[in-house]
Write a protein of this length. Sequence first.
Length: 417
Amino acid sequence: MRLHDKAKAILRQNDQGGYTLPTFGLYPYQWNWDSAFAAWGFTTFDPDRGWRELETLFSGQWDDGMLPHILFHRIDPGYFPGPEVWQGRGPIPSSGITQPPVAASFMAKMLVMHPDGKTRARALWKKLKAWHAWFMEWRLDQGAVCVTHPWEAGRDNAPDWDSAMRTIDVTGIGEYTRRDTSHVDPSMRPTKYDYDRYLKLVQLGASVNWDQRELKKINPFRVADPTMTFTLLRANRDLRDMGQSFGEDVTQIENWIKTLEDGAKTLWNENIKGYDSRDAHTGAFNGVLSNASALCWYAGIDNAEARPAVERMMDAATYGLASFNPEADGFEPLRYWRGPTWPIMNFLVGSGMEEMGISDLADRIRTDTRHLMKLNGFAEYYDPLTGKPAGGDSFTWTAAVWLGWAGDFPKSERGVA
Ligand code: DGY
């Protein structure tokens, strides 16, 4: 089967009728940013199904605007922690945290690919705005966007969180059984030390019914993060442009964009000459160069000073951009967000570079990403040195990245608007 047809088949296989699993086994529910990628991937060959994906995602939105990172549509005992641990309070059983807000940006692409979706997009636009407003109300630190749980950034076990994780007291978390390591080699997953702390943060949130005001008082984990800041900045630009074309008043969104542009500046760490995460409680930078540091171009920030460090990271890897600087202590090429290269991040970074005219690096990232898939199929992530596939396989968002961007077919057939 052609790789192109395989990619489509993966989306179809993982389709649960209205939402798409990231992959069977490891992730048996609907994940927020995975779904945004899935919606875009579907739109390349089945636009109706693409729109449906976003509509199902937003059917789980909370009344305060929060859009959960997992929707537990049908209970699956193969995943931990499930809805009984999270105790979400939305219309559908869910987690209590969110994930990088990429949905508006994918919707903008979908609208260019399928203008007939305009009525559906208009209905979703209001929900997206409510979600973005929730971030702006609850998650800012000096204009940068904070995560309140490592899972929120999507980069679960990134070294960015190490120092904040050390402040978490896990006394009394109780016994629990992880499920992820029964699906995937434990050496490719977060450690028990990490999981204890992930769970403690879930318990803390549930203890205050996910009330953001209360949670802010008791949560030791609050980290201003390049992933969130850059994706929300980009998403607000896309939301503004779509809003303008719909005849909406976008003044408030313009203000959000200014706030986030200023906030992004506070993430610049002169010591590493790169965008870094910063502990909102202590004000200290984490000193971590990651693939999230390279999302500035995706956010529309043209900072030539950011290029050398990113290019050095690319030079140190064989394939694409590693999730953590290969030259740093603690780089682990197969362990999730501490080293592997991720097609989804390569797409966000590479398409941002392409748009900002950094064509040489953009082409390199895209070519590398295509090679990874040609060599080793549609894995969750890959060793950036050898290309070895890792994590889950037959992965939805990796297949979507092939269909929308990385595949070796003419640009006119790609979903890059
Ligand atoms: C997991 O379960 O590993 C997810 O990344 C959490 O969202």
